[in-house]
Design a protein around this ligand. Structure first.
Ligand code: EPU
Length: 337
């Protein structure tokens, strides 16, 4: 059986550092333990949810049920040829350790996703992305268990329905599965993605790109903008970057100088939420113990003793003000429980 902890303080399990409690936390260190945990839940039904590194979660109150915490690790090379390698990685493996491992092996593909907190199992859920790369670019399949039936699944990349910060695990299968492992396909041939201006500039300044140099550069950029959760609780970007019709963008561009934007394939325009929040006057502002980060307006931080409600209140004020000023409704990227 998994280790089932009762009345657990979730502070170490959520990067916002909130002092909330869960009735039960089931730590599953092997597939057998996970299956036992699911079987037990089906015999004795109660509210439940899967929790990984807790880096994209906001508990709005205590959790009156069982949190399933899969800690299955391990990396296996499934196949390789001169150009590519396929690896299967346990859901409980620390994401950034995987990036480091791939960099050390000279495997290209996920180096731009350096220093993102969380576990491997969470990487496909919100299709983590940064600096021009999304994890879907390197995912071959995702394996796991259906919670209701205990049956295993293996979904191809297409079946995962990836989109910007979106997948089937966040939509149709939300709270219905537990991810056990992810199969990634990485390249042995040199392929860098230097589409993100500041990364390219920094690398050109130093010299020729190498995997380790890209990793170090991206880690340094993240460290300069994003607060360390151990110091200031946060869950990275609190909102998604909104995608709007061209007319909406043009109406904003007619009122402001140099509105940052990216034109998408479908002719819609993505505007950085951080810019909208900053222009709405929220950058660096606090509401009680919750605040908008000084260096990146997209991040809401816990100044130390924030209650979940303060963070939620602050996010609602931001949504309201951005809506009033720009007629754009920001959507949280963080999963509010
Ligand atoms: N900007 C502002 N004010 C700020 C910060 C940014 O106006 O305080 C504007 C600037 O014009 C800047 C633009 O917003 O050029 C974009 O900022 P940045 O490059 O920092 O990226 P982002 O769009 O705010 C997204 C991801 C991040 C990811 C970075 C880098 C989302 C929701 N967030 O942020 O992901 O690290 O790009 O690629 O898409 C996360 O998901 O938790 C996360 C940190």
């Amino acid at each position: 059986m998994p280790q089932i902890l009762k009345n657990v303080n979730l502070k170490p399990y959520n990067t916002f550092g909130l002092e909330v409690h869960a009735k039960e936390l089931a730590v599953c260190s092997s597939l057998e333990q996970l299956l036992e945990c699911i079987h037990d839940l089906n015999s004795n039904p109660q509210k439940h949810m899967v929790i990984g590194g807790g880096s994209n979660l906001l508990f709005s109150s205590d959790y009156n049920g069982r949190l399933i915490h899969p800690l299955i690790e391990g990396i296996e090379i499934l196949d390789q040829n001169t150009e590519e390698v396929w690896i299967e990685v346990g859901a409980g493996f620390e994401w950034d350790d995987l990036v480091q491992y791939c960099v050390e092996n000279n495997w290209y593909g996920i180096e731009n996703l350096s220093y993102i907190p969380g576990k491997v199992g969470a990487s496909p859920v919100q299709n983590i992305g940064a600096y021009g790369v999304e994890v879907q670019d390197c995912i071959e399949s995702v394996k796991g268990i259906h919670l209701e039936t205990g049956k295993p699944f293996s979904y191809t990349k297409e079946e995962c329905q990836f989109a910007y910060r979106q997948s089937i695990f966040k939509s149709a299968l939300k709270n219905k599965v537990v991810i056990v492992s992810v199969v990634y396909k990485l390249s042995k041939k040199e392929v860098f993605n230097l589409s993100y201006g500041p990364v390219k500039e920094e690398i050109n300044r130093i010299g020729k790109p190498t995997l380790q140099l890209v990793r170090n550069t991206i880690t340094a950029i993240r460290k300069s903008k994003l607060p360390e959760p151990e110091v200031l609780g946060n869950a990275g970007s609190f909102f998604k970057n909104p995608v709007v019709e061209q007319v909406v963008f043009e109406s904003i561009a007619s009122r402001y100088d140099k509105v940052p934007s990216y034109l998408l394939d479908n002719n819609k325009v993505k505007i950085p939420a951080a810019w909208l929040i900053e222009k709405a006057g929220w950058k660096g502002k606090s509401l009680g113990q919750a605040a908008v980060h000084d260096n990146q307006a997209l991040v809401i931080i816990n100044k130390g003793k924030a209650q979940a409600q303060e963070i939620i209140e602050l996010s609602k004020h931001i949504i309201m003000d951005v809506e009033e000023k720009f007629a754009i409704t920001l959507e949280p990227e963080v999963n509010i429980i």
